[in-house]
Ligand binder design. Structure first.
Ligand code: PLP
Length: 506
């Protein structure tokens, strides 16, 4: 028998070290000593760095069915713990990888997101400080930091002094928050109505419903052939609603619709909303940060005239989730809508210039979201961010050129921001729509199960389209080219079978 006590060997295996005390002073057993803490942090850092290094050669997606995952994971919580190193390694090797690798250089599906390492570490730093950034009293340093970051974003989007906002979990909550302010600013009576294009993200529809717009009063206005909101259709819808005694509270515009990257006619929408006295919210969750580049600024002209703008730093500003942002032209509109005095929080009022961020949105307990943005910008500088955003647009433009020059592929909409919509449509074959749909769905499935890259699809006014969204700062042209080549190859394999029995279109 060895000389070690059960307690000593438990410590050696990474169990917490109990303190010598009794009764209510006895350790609960939830602490760890310094060496363990550092060793574990190092172990997690090693796991993460190894993961990031291995991504380019790894598959872009991994997942499993519920039965199998349930068998592996379903268990009652243990009464006694086990070594933390084992627990965290198991999570890193067996649980976390069963997911879309959204930060993979060949992940082009939905809206990718590739965080910078200082941003990841900032979230770790934040978790380790357990600051509650609800009020100035509980978080003066982080609150000032959020003011700084919000002011950076204010200048980037071209908002005047006096504009402000807050960081949110994401674009969904940014829109909900904006529409609460819009509703409060439009207390005119009559059932509220909200307007957005038929290309708007489901998050916009949901936000309108959450703030009390009845399902049948969320107007999905027709979009034109380039998937931009049709101004005439909007004007008609508003006029009809006003005539029926309804209360138009907001128009939500796309500054990068998720499907195609299309940008609604922002200057015209600003003119219209100003003349009608309707709140204009711009959903720039995906595309808003393109404003940092010369090209993006031109494309997004007019965004600065909106009453509010939502942007997601966890999309095209390379941050870990959750890093959404809502900017409003007049910050008082948020505080008028959200500030609710509470006796228990009476000590937290510090007066002018010391905002309690919980007065600007729906969350009381809030994490410090500004640190990741601030730390990444301080580390790399804005030049690097501009270059990284431009790179996405440049790769998308190159992908479009590739599609144009391929006899197997067809562009379905001009590239907008980082999104390329296209499909397999071999020029010489002349397939009809049902066969094209079938072939493209087959190709999508074959790329998916192949694993080397991840793409997704969308419907363009009903037409099935493959779609690449190129945002990742680590993506190279080789990654994009390899993926397009794989799509062509897979299309080549799919065409002969599906063509059988199809009548060629003249
Ligand atoms: C255009 C657009 N708007 C809104 C959202 C919703 O944002 P979040 O998922 O950050 O809540 C998304 C998400 O992808 C989006 O692409």
């Amino acid at each position: 028998m060895s000389g070690s006590t059960p307690q000593k060997s438990a410590i050696a295996r990474g169990h917490p070290k109990p303190r010598a005390a009794t009764g209510s002073d006895a350790s609960s057993g939830l602490e760890m000593d310094r060496e363990q803490m550092l060793q574990l942090a190092n172990q997690v850092a090693e796991l993460l760095v190894g993961r990031i290094e291995g991504l380019p050669e790894d598959v872009a997606w991994e997942g499993d069915f519920k039965e199998s995952l349930q068998d592996q994971l379903l268990s009652d919580p243990p009464e006694d713990g086990r070594p933390a190193g084992e627990v965290l390694t198991r999570a890193a090797r067996k649980i976390m990888p069963l997911a879309a690798r959204i930060d993979h250089p060949r992940f082009f599906g939905f809206i990718p997101s590739s965080p910078t390492w200082p941003g990841v570490l900032a979230d770790f730093l934040v978790a380790g400080h357990q600051v509650n950034q609800c009020t100035w009293l509980t978080s003066s340093g982080p609150s000032q930091l959020e003011l700084v970051v919000i002011d950076w974003i204010r200048k980037w989007v071209g908002y005047p002094e006096g504009a402000g906002g807050l960081l949110t979990s994401g674009g969904s909550v940014a829109t909900i928050t904006a529409l609460v302010a819009a509703r409060e600013a439009a207390r005119r009576g009559g059932p509220p109505t909200a307007y957005m294009s038929d290309q708007s993200h489901s998050a916009q529809i949901r936000a309108a419903r959450i703030v009390g717009v009845e399902r049948e009063h969320v107007r999905l206005v027709a979009s034109d052939r380039r998937f931009r909101l049709d101004m005439e259709a909007l004007a008609d819808a508003v006029a009809r609603d006003r005539a029926a005694g309804r209360n138009p509270i907001a128009v939500c515009a796309n500054a990068g619709a998720g499907s195609t990257g299309s940008i609604d006619p922002l200057p015209e929408l600003a003119d219209f909303c100003e003349s009608e006295g309707i709140w204009l919210h711009v959903d720039g969750a995906y595309g808003g940060f393109a404003v940092l580049t010369e090209r993006g600024r031109k494309l997004l002209r007019g965004m600065e005239r909106a009453d509010s703008i939502g942007l997601d730093a966890h999309k095209w500003f390379f941050q870990p989730y959750e890093a959404g942002c809502l900017m409003v032209k007049d910050v008082n509109t948020l505080e008028n809508a959200f500030a609710v005095p509470h006796d228990m929080l009476q000590d937290t009022i510090w007066g002018a210039g010391h905002p309690n961020f919980s007065d600007r949105g729906p969350q009381l307990s809030r994490s410090v979201r500004a640190l990741k943005i601030w730390a990444s910008v301080q580390t790399f500088g804005m030049g690097a961010f501009r270059r990284a955003i431009s790179k996405g647009m440049e790769l998308a433009a190159r992908a479009e050129d590739y599609v144009h020059s391929s006899p197997m592929l067809e562009m379905l909409n001009p590239t907008s921001l980082g999104i390329v919509c296209f499909r397999i449509n071999p020029a010489e074959v002349g397939l009809g729509e049902p066969a094209l749909d079938e072939i493209n769905r087959e190709v999508l499935a074959s790329i998916f199960w192949g694993g080397r890259a991840f793409i997704s699809s969308t419907l363009l006014h009903g037409t099935f389209s493959l779609r690449l969204c190129i945002l990742n700062h680590t993506t190279t042209w080789d990654d994009v080219r390899e993926t397009l080549e794989a799509i062509e190859r897979s299309g080549g394999e799919a065409v002969p079978e599906s063509v059988a029995g199809e009548t060629p279109v003249a």
